[in-house]
Write a protein that binds this ligand. Structure first.
Ligand SMILES: *[C@@H]1O[C@H](CO)[C@@H](O)[C@H](O)[C@H]1NC(C)=O
Ligand SMILES: *[C@@H]1O[C@H](CO)[C@@H](O)[C@H](O)[C@H]1NC(C)=O
Length: 202
C-alpha cells in the first residue's frame, strides 16, 4: 500500500514580491507627500492668473461714408494688466488685441511691448486709436446703419497676451485671452457698460 504523503509547505513570499510591495508602498507615500506639498504651496501662494482688462473706453469721433461703407474712428481704450498674486511679479509679453467692427473688419491692432507687473499690482495700458477708411462688408454696413439709427455702436476687442509668473519655485506660463464687446452711445461716445471685459487664462 502506498501511503500518500502530502507535505504542506508553508507558502513563502518570494523576495521579488517583497521588493515589489515595498516599491508600491514607497510610491504611495511619495504621491501623498507630493500632494501635501502641492496643497501647501497652493495655500501659501494662492496663485491667481494675471489678467488684462478694459477699464474705460470712449468713442471720440466717428465718421461713416454710407455709399462706400468707409469708417473713420477716433477712440480711447484704457486697459490695465493686473497681477493679483501677492508674492510674485508677473511678466506679460506678445500682447496683441484687435479692435473689430461686426467681428469681421479690423479697425486697429493694439500692441504692447513686453513688461512686468509687480506683485499685487497693475500697469495701465493707454491706447488712442485713430483709424480711417476701414472698408465694411455688406453685413457690416447694415450693422452700422442700425447702430447709427439706434444710437449704439458696438465694437469688439479680441486678442491675447502671454503671461509668466511663479508659484513657489515652479514657473507657470499661460496665454490669457480677451474677447469682449465694447458699446458706445452715439453721438456722445460714452460707453454704458464694460462688464466681462477681463481676459481669461486657458
Ligand atoms: C494688494 O493691494 C491692495 C490695494 O492695493 C491691498 O488692499 C491688499 O492688502 C494687497 N494684498 C496683498 C496680499 O498684498
Ligand atoms: C450719452 O448718451 C446716452 C444716450 O443718449 C445717455 O444715456 C448718456 O447718459 C449720455 N452720456 C453722457 C456722458 O452724456
Amino acid at each position: 500500500m502506498i501511503k500518500q504523503q502530502r507535505i504542506l509547505k508553508p507558502r513563502r513570499t518570494k523576495p521579488l514580491v517583497w521588493v515589489f510591495a515595498s516599491v508600491c508602498a514607497a510610491l504611495a507615500l511619495a504621491v501623498v507627500v507630493a500632494g501635501a506639498a502641492v496643497i501647501s504651496v497652493y495655500l501659501a501662494y494662492r496663485p491667481k492668473a494675471p489678467v488684462v482688462r478694459v477699464v474705460s473706453t470712449h468713442l471720440d469721433h466717428l465718421a461713416y461714408d454710407q455709399q462706400e461703407g468707409l469708417l473713420d474712428v477716433l477712440l480711447t481704450v484704457d486697459m490695465e494688466a493686473a497681477n493679483p498674486n501677492g508674492r510674485t511679479a508677473a511678466a506679460f509679453s506678445a500682447a496683441e488685441f484687435d479692435l473689430l467692427f461686426a467681428r469681421t473688419t479690423t479697425i486697429a491692432r493694439l500692441r504692447a511691448d513686453a513688461f512686468e507687473v509687480p506683485k499685487n499690482g497693475t500697469l495701465p495700458l493707454h491706447y488712442v486709436v485713430a483709424s480711417s477708411g476701414a472698408k465694411l462688408e455688406e453685413g457690416g454696413m447694415e450693422k452700422m446703419q442700425v447702430g447709427l439709427r439706434r444710437g449704439l455702436i458696438e465694437l469688439s476687442l479680441r486678442g491675447r497676451a502671454r503671461t509668466r509668473w511663479r508659484v513657489g519655485l515652479l514657473p507657470v506660463k499661460l496665454w490669457t485671452h480677451l474677447d469682449c464687446e465694447l458699446h458706445y452711445f452715439f453721438p456722445n461716445g460714452s460707453s454704458p457698460d464694460l462688464k466681462d471685459c477681463t481676459s481669461k487664462s486657458h
